[in-house]
Design a binder for this molecule. Sequence first.
Ligand SMILES: *Cc1c(COP(=O)(O)O)cnc(C)c1O
Length: 405
Amino acid sequence: MNSPIELEQRYCAQNYLPLPVVLTRGEGVFVWDDEGNKYLDMMSAYSAVSHGHANPRLVKVAQEQLARLNIVSRAYHTDNLGPFLQRACELTGMDMALPMNTGAEGVETALKAARKWAYEVKGVAPDAAEIIACTGNFHGRTIAIIAMSDEEQYRRGFGPFPPGFILAEYGNLQSLEEKITPNTAAFLVEPVQGEAGIVVPPAGYLKACEQLCRKHNVLLIADEIQTGLGRTGKLLACEHEGVKPDGLILGKALGGGILPVSLFLARREVMRVFTPGDHGSTFGGNPLAAAVGLEALNILVEDDLSACSASMGDYMLTKLRKLDSPMIKEIRGLGLFIGVEIDPALSTAREVCERLMQRGILSKETHDTVVRLAPPLTISRSEIDWALDQIDAVLAEMDRLRLAS
Ligand SMILES: *Cc1c(COP(=O)(O)O)cnc(C)c1O
């Protein structure tokens, strides 16, 4: 019989390079493999599992909804979409929301909204709207989204790309100012860049971007698919600088680690550009997604997961910065959204992740050099202490091997 790994290698497109482990169960901050080994999940599915695996409240709501009503499409109203979107809007200070499924769809929705707003409200000439994104951005994998990317591998072989996207240097206000023209519809930005390697911009950057956008009548759209919902220690990462975007994209943790749920939220003036038939999604806003999304938001607030992320993140960052290893080039982070940059002259993030796995920690490299540490926000101090011991041990053993060779 073929192993699950062999079957994936034969039948699954090889668009990922997974660590060699076969997971079969998850509970809280832990997952188990098919041999019964237990791991602390320091990846939480790129922040989609902020509530922990199989969170009992989310499982209960999902099971009840599963047995009641799941997919009807938006051809009809349902009893829980309104309450879900009301909660999301009230928590984020937005007026209206458009439900989608994956993050990339939420971003596409934001791009469409920004363009149509530029034509109908700002008065940009037909097909002339420009959207400014940042160097190092990650907003998903569709053709329009990779048209904004400056990551060669994300684009190679997938052109031609739609026009109308311009890059400004991330963290550099002057670069944004230089790229704004009368045709600029929106500035799309991650408050902390995740896939780029947990890159925190200079203090004050986002606030200054907000002011610049207001001055030029440009929409500020925050992609908080990964940074939102408590990950950086606030409900939204924008709150660290008191920034209120015109549009906001949520995903990942919004699905409670159970199913894909995304939202594009915006001010009424922006969302009003959508009229029936303009845009849609068969599964977007389905009753199961709405039930789980609403409960995911309720848990975030009631358990104050943002505060957990802030205090545990601070604790972990402080301890990590005390680790004395020549392998560590830099440690960056905000809340439980942490990247450890490994000196490429000495090793790779992949090797660190493989060794952490052998010691019962699952993480994943981002690019070649960054080890991502982003556990469920429910992680305890003692679990962090244990993880820090393992990280320390792995770095020490790699250092010994390096010096011996
Ligand atoms: C993950 C991510 C996306 C894409 O979300 P998918 O659900 O994978 O389509 C977009 N933007 C950011 C910032 C992300 O981290």
